[in-house]
Write a protein that binds this ligand. Sequence first.
Ligand code: PA5
Length: 435
Amino acid sequence: MAIVEFDMSGAEKNIGAGTIDSLKQEIKEAHEKLVNKTGAGNDFLGWYDLPFQLGDEYERVKAAAKKIRSDSQVLVVVGIGGSYLGARAVIEALTDPFANAEALSGKGGTAVIFAGNSISPVYLSSVLELVKDRDFSVNVISKSGTTTEPAVTFRFFKELLEKKYGRSGAAKRIYATTDKARGALKKMADAEGYETFVIPDDVGGRFSVLTPVGLLPIAVAGIDTDALIAGAKEAFGEYGDVSPEKNECYRYAAARTALYRQGKSVELLVNYEPGLHSVTEWWKQLYGESEGKDGKGLFPAGCDFTTDLHSMGQYIQDGVRLMFETAIEVKEPAKDLIIGEDADNCDGLNYLAGRGMDFVNKQAAKGTAMAHIDGGVPNLKITIGKLDARSIGGLIYFFERACAISGYMLGVNPFNQPGVEAYKKNMFRLLGKPE
Ligand code: PA5
């Protein structure tokens, strides 16, 4: 099986036999722009073969993760957007949902807690309270080194660490992931002697999960980062052929482009595993920031099924016909539970006795896709074998590469984000930031 499989049979009413064929020339042109680095944003293509470029720094990441796991009950990861979502996505997909609770109760492991991804004093107070009597380290992540949310948040943790361990003790517990030379964070890290990791110049935030941005927190969470990177390399190896029949990634890019051109304006990424919730959040940034510009682009939205079928199901089935759905299926669950027989059968569920919960989940997915297709929501399906590091590495690369191809087919620069600055200008003016 391909590391990520793509199936568009649930959209056959919309994407007919010739549709993908008619896009072949455009796919080829987009592919050439990407591999020959001739397209818009070509100075931000460092992610393209990144899994093959990890040098000594990766060994330092692993060593730092080992140290943090040995001396800290908690790692606070301070970052936002592209400096946050990838790590969270991988960690939540691959660790037990209660791993942090176990670590916090002293049963082993290091809890990875995220902060700096909002400006909420309520949330920040809780994290500060949580770590104040525990051994903890901080990984502050900011490419620009000047983003308000993580910068303000970091001030609080720096102060707490210095109070707790002294200035030099604190410096041994602060890891800064930032630009190699520019920005306030780099300056501070050099002055204070923090260990630093570099976000390469040519890798944008939303494409940075396989740099130290993601790899350090992911390694601290106890995830096999070698397997994650191996999965991404495997995916890279599968996407060299420009023909969409042979290239699962390019077929996905072509299918979503075709649906957009037919008038769909929303792509709804859905999963049936709660652990994939933050993969959707990461994907939303990847596609939203890459494509939403020049008045164009699919709006990337997400739902967790079956949970959200009980809240959003009505709209998806019956509301404005503006969306198509892309479902992520995990072939083999990490765990399964067999439903037991009950002598009284008061709940009427004995018809399921002997069945695995995964079987029920899969039938829910099939039934939902059938209903939504009938209701005018074309369905695309992405399948990975397991929820393991290799598959998630493959899925990350699949989405990144498809995003680049889709963006070029859309006629935008997929690697800039000029719109992100607009709110900051107003906020700084309101806060009275000096020019
Ligand atoms: O992709 C982007 O540009 C943003 O989402 C950034 O990742 C986010 O604003 C964080 O930026 P920085 O890493 O510079 O703090």
